[in-house]
Design a binder for this molecule. Sequence first.
Ligand SMILES: NC(=O)c1ccc[n+]([C@@H]2O[C@H](COP(=O)([O-])OP(=O)(O)OC[C@H]3O[C@@H](n4cnc5c(N)ncnc54)[C@H](OP(=O)(O)O)[C@@H]3O)[C@@H](O)[C@H]2O)c1
Length: 268
Amino acid sequence: MEKVRLNNGSSLPYLGTGTNTYGKENNEYQGDLNGDFSALKSAIDLGYRLIDTAISYRNEAGVGETVSKSGIDRSAFYLTTKIPADNQYIKDKDTVRHTLEQSLKNLQTDYIDLYLIHKPIEDEDKLKLTWEVLEEYVGKGKIKSIGVSNFSIEDLKKLDQYATIKPAVNQIESNPTKWNNEWIKYMFAENIRPQAWGPMKTTDAHRQVLADIGEKYGKTWAHVLLRYQTQRGVIVIPKSHSRNNQEANLSSLDFTLSDEDIEKIDQL
Ligand SMILES: NC(=O)c1ccc[n+]([C@@H]2O[C@H](COP(=O)([O-])OP(=O)(O)OC[C@H]3O[C@@H](n4cnc5c(N)ncnc54)[C@H](OP(=O)(O)O)[C@@H]3O)[C@@H](O)[C@H]2O)c1
């Protein structure tokens, strides 16, 4: 799969799978954990290697077990998880260390490829100490890359005051209902890689425009939407409980949208 290079020289696939409803009753975010990771297993079978989880999803351990049981070498995977911006996880440096160690244990691994701060941490002392421990874990080789999520331009500037290691990624919402293009432009200028969560969020009207564009390429609205993002350098992590959709999303990387079509999508 086509790979993207981060500001620290490491690389990862342009397309991965989200997991925020995996292992849960009725495939609902708030659903009780039921241990059903068949959707993740299906994604791995199809070739997904970039896997996005988070402590808040409560499913790190199930993700870790599914990856481990796949029998595929750990080095083939790119695992992302996230530390919540809640005091319970970031109270002091030892608490952050404990949180990171727990993620390593849950994911059944010696190292995590990408560790993100899930949401902006308002308290500057807590932001500083959390980032310092993330940097410490990069030093120890237990985390390969560190980044943030849902950080605005102001949040990134605040972090820049303390960071010795620049965030490699900012995972933010990006889809036709909210492109967040001002943030994305800033990130590209700063060499921070945007990664889009909620990439499939669309209205009927959006899907019609995207489907019309897709016709001449023999592609669906979903292919066109995902390709628009990856073609402009944005990593995508669509999540699906349907094997067909998982498979379809993988084939969004094998065509090139024309400048004219990109302009049409820009206008959505
Ligand atoms: N950092 C953050 O704050 C944050 C916030 C939200 C999410 N995330 C991460 O981002 C991941 C993705 O976001 P998301 O799960 O909220 O939403 P999403 O991936 O944008 O959308 C998921 C929905 O899209 C549908 N879908 C997927 N592929 C499709 C296709 N080819 N055709 C038609 N429908 C398709 C799925 O339905 P089917 O199951 O029927 O295919 C599912 O209902 C999450 O799982 C999570 O890992 C991060």
